[in-house]
Design a protein around this ligand. Structure first.
Ligand code: ATP
Length: 503
């Protein structure tokens, strides 16, 4: 639903979550700035991930590597030679596209056809509808599925072989037209390297071409022995990192879904060779459980296992989320073998082996990686939270039903009126709460209006201070989602809020 994405984009701007970058100069394509509420939500997502991955696991530690790395890093990792997207231009509209994305859009159309058939049959058969059986036997579904398989296989194999002429042939055979102009007048397909480069030091010193890291993973690989030795880690163990990554995406679009500067939360888990499949399955299960525990809706997730694997992987899956644009990759879980460490050994000439005391031998560990885009996670939270509601009294509200643990503010403390000692009492409560919870204080405008403002930024609880508070030391807690109000004593307030804001 493109409309929903537009609504979320404008809500995010209006309520201080995300602004277009350098807006006074009309912005910079696909670059965004996180505002005062956005940065809180983003920090909370990071913390939720860090706690689950590092703090809760004895054998996982974190690092924070630099964005600039020795240029040989990217030679070894394969990024200099192979981190390319196939690009194609339309000669009439002069628009540039990713050739594989144009082809994948055709696949999406066939997928939509299948979904339509399923919905139709579901309506016809009602409760007795057996989806599995229908998918396996319906001839229309089969035709679409065969087509999907045929296109996927052809695209996968021509990309793997680097046969760009065949990618173009496929675009022509499928009759793909420029979505903007409808023209089918295409250039050849070319490779486009996604790494940003810059120069280290002044030119006079002899400039050295370096890259902005396109993934955080390599900072972990080149440090794995430093961490292993200084932390006396034994296999299996993991290293986690949160940080910026940069990719010169051919088309960056769909709000913060695909940007040229973004943040990743990655974890590389080093295991004994031969045990990687067990750990791959285990991390797949752990990551999906992490997502589901958050409460963005269990049906909003699915796995998409890769058939065509990247050069470094022997198994890979995407955790897809149901974004406003449909199911798309949110996180990748990859079994990266010993590809990276072996390549770094070769190019650096340094041994990167782990000494296994039990087996009394050294070897290069295998690696399972979990890699999630922080900004995409932010969009997942925003899009599942965004809700427009008509209330019982007929009024409308837009409420962000953000999980309490992630919400920018947990509590807003609101004096009912701005006089008779209520603001003073409210500030007293505020100063008692604010060390434990990120709080807002608001005394401006009618109470209803103030509730709406908190709804719009997703504050799960409003604490209202009224005249009774001065008499009996109780306050009202209003719940953002069901609008229920309960009366509690100020002494119990902290405990009540803590209970509701933890995961
Ligand atoms: P895609 O297929 O969408 O380009 P990818 O397969 O190249 O993604 P990975 O290299 O596996 O992505 O990166 C891991 C994660 O980093 C992705 O699952 C995604 O959440 C995030 N990510 C990758 N590229 C971008 C981007 N341009 N903007 C925002 N997040 C990104």
């Amino acid at each position: 639903d493109d409309n929903l994405l537009k609504k979320i984009t404008s809500h995010a701007k209006e309520y201080g979550f995300i602004f277009p970058s350098s807006e006074i100069y009309d912005g910079l394509a696909a670059a965004y700035d996180y505002g005062q509420n956005g940065v809180e939500l983003k920090n909370n997502i990071k913390e939720y991930w860090w706690k689950a991955m590092v703090q809760m696991n004895e054998n996982i530690v974190g690092i924070d590597a630099s964005i600039f790395m020795h240029p040989s890093t990217w030679k070894a990792s394969g990024h200099v030679d192979a981190f390319n997207d196939p690009m194609i231009d339309n000669k009439d509209s002069k628009k540039r596209y990713r050739a594989d994305v144009l082809i994948e859009d055709v696949i999406k159309k066939y997928e939509a056809k299948i979904e339509k058939e399923v919905a139709k049959a579901q309506r016809r058969f009602g409760d007795s509808f057996d989806k599995e059986q229908f998918l396996a036997t319906n001839p229309n579904v089969k035709r679409s599925q065969d087509k999907i398989d045929e296109i996927e296989t052809r695209l996968g194999s021509s990309l793997a072989k680097g046969d760009l002429a065949d990618v173009k042939a496929l675009i022509e055979e499928l009759g793909i037209a420029d979505p903007v102009s409808g023209s089918k007048n295409w250039t050849d397909v070319r490779q486009f390297n996604l790494m940003f480069s810059t120069e280290l030091g002044s030119v006079a010193e002899g400039a050295n071409k370096i890259y902005l890291r396109p993934e955080t993973a390599q900072g972990i690989f080149v440090n794995y022995l430093n961490v292993q030795k200084t932390g006396r880690m034994k296999l299996p163990f993991g290293i986690a990192q949160i940080g910026k990554a940069f990719r010169n995406e051919i088309i960056a679009r769909q709000f913060i879904f695909r940007m040229r500067e973004f943040e990743q939360m990655e974890m590389q888990f080093f295991v004994k060779p031969g045990e990687e499949m067990t750990w791959y399955e285990s991390w797949k299960a752990k990551r999906i459980a992490w997502h589901k525990a958050l409460g963005l809706g269990e049906d909003n997730y699915r796995f998409h296992d890769h058939i065509n694997l990247a050069h470094y992987a022997n198994a890979a899956t995407d955790v897809e989320f149901n974004f406003p644009m449909g199911f798309k990759e949110l996180e990748g879980v990859h079994s990266r073998t010993d590809f990276d460490l072996k390549a770094h050994e070769e190019l650096s000439g340094k041994k990167l082996q782990f000494f296994d005391h039990e087996e009394n031998k050294s070897y290069v560990p295998y690696v399972i990686e979990t890699s999630i885009g922080l900004d995409r996670m932010f969009l997942a939270v925003m899009s599942s939270a965004y809700t427009e509601e008509t209330l019982e009294d007929g009024s409308e509200r837009t409420v962000m039903k953000i999980p309490a643990a992630l919400a920018p503010y947990k509590v807003a403390v609101l004096p009912l009126v701005k006089k008779d000692g209520l603001p003073e009492k409210a500030r007293e409560i505020l100063s008692d709460l604010r060390f434990d919870f990120n709080c807002q204080y608001d005394e401006k405008d009618a109470i209803g209006k103030r509730y709406r403002r908190q709804d719009a930024i997703g504050t799960p609880f409003c604490v209202t201070v009224d005249y009774d508070t001065l008499e009996d030391n109780t306050v009202t807690i209003r719940d953002r989602d069901d609008l229920s109000q309960i009366r509690v004593s100020i002494d119990e307030l902290k405990a009540k809020l803590k209970e509701s804001c933890s995961l």
